[in-house]
Design a binder for this molecule. Structure first.
Ligand code: SF4
Ligand code: MG
Length: 314
């Protein structure tokens, strides 16, 4: 609720400039139980910051986070420890997120060790069970991460994330470092696990196509702000924000209705340091009018629950 993260840059003792990175700006988002929400946007739009703020790996400048009915902003380390059991993280890069000196059995068992769950034998059995759940076998337990392919390593990362039976898993681009041929396998696995264990996912991705089939809803971010949130199919077939329309136009095989009049994005995403005034998308928006340069559009929820931040849509 109102999640904001600003970092000062270049300020310091000798500078009067007030440069700030607006990594996250007044983000309101609800994730329901057993729901998968895909969060998409270009690099630097704030999606990884959102993930880290939600897990309280970094503190928000403003705003609150509620998890399972409890406000977790402001909880101390010890209280947060209990909450963290239920909120896990799958990283983008299975190559760097697993300690290369540890065997698979120890990597997957680590969360169980930290929380001192069960006896040694019970933890070992739980690891075997988890290996099976993610499509690996007992024989893999004594090997090291470098002995696995990228897809297998991500399976190890997933097993580790599930060790404590979490309710929420935040997946930060879990397939984007993998070969295209392996991506679908991992997405299918994540989807099966979600159903099997009634998990909720916040599923972060660079492109819309990656989240289309897995997400119930999609949240589109641009320069630290949510610009559109809606039902996944609805966002794909009837996108309302010009930025979402442009992202969809960029997917070659998408429905011909949009392909007929593609919206081409020109230029790079501007820097989140002192981002554009008014609507942050106005420097690239083909529909921008004068008002867009000065007035920031609010994210407004329509009657059907679909939310958009654009003066034009209003
Ligand atoms: Fe484009 Fe203006 Fe809408 Fe922003 S508010 S997306 S600049 S039309
Ligand atoms: Mg990122």
């Amino acid at each position: 609720d109102g999640l904001t993260k600003h970092y000062p840059v270049n300020g310091g003792l000798f500078s009067k400039s007030q440069q700030k990175v607006y990594a996250l700006d007044k983000v309101n988002l609800t994730l329901y139980k057993r729901e998968i929400v895909g969060v998409v946007g270009e690099s630097g739009c704030g999606k990884s910051t959102l993930a880290k703020v939600l897990l309280r790996l970094i503190e928000p400048t403003e705003g609150t986070i509620h998890f399972d009915g409890r406000e977790i902003t402001g909880l101390d380390r010890k209280q947060m420890r209990d909450v963290r059991r239920e909120m896990q993280f799958i990283f983008q890069d299975p190559f760097s997120s697993l300690n290369p000196r540890k065997k698979v059995i120890d990597l997957i068992s680590e969360p169980l060790d930290i929380y001192r769950i069960g006896t040694r034998k019970e933890r070992e059995n739980r690891v075997y069970e988890l290996l099976d759940i993610v499509g690996l076998t007992k024989n893999h337990a004594d090997r090291y991460p470098h002995q696995f392919s990228g897809g297998q390593r991500q399976r190890i990362g997933i097993a580790r994330a599930l060790a404590l039976n979490p309710k929420l898993v935040i997946c930060d681009e879990p397939v984007s470092a993998l070969d295209v041929s392996v991506q679908a396998q991992i997405l299918n696995l994540l989807q099966d696990l979600q159903e099997q264990f009634g998990l909720s996912y916040l599923f972060i991705a660079h492109g819309l196509d990656a989240v289309r089939h897995i997400s119930n809803r999609i949240a589109v971010m641009y320069l630290g702000k949510l610009v559109e949130v809606g039902d996944s199919e609805e966002v794909f077939t009837r996108p309302r924000h010009p930025y979402t329309k442009a992202l969809i136009s960029a997917i070659p095989e998408i429905n011909p209705e949009h392909a007929a009049a593609p919206i081409k994005l020109t230029g790079e995403i501007p820097s989140p340091i002192n981002p554009p005034s008014g609507c942050r998308f106005h420097t690239r928006c083909p529909f921008a009018v004068e008002r867009c340069k000065s007035e920031m559009p609010e994210l407004k929820v329509a009657e059907d629950g679909h939310a958009v931040a654009c003066h034009l849509v209003e």
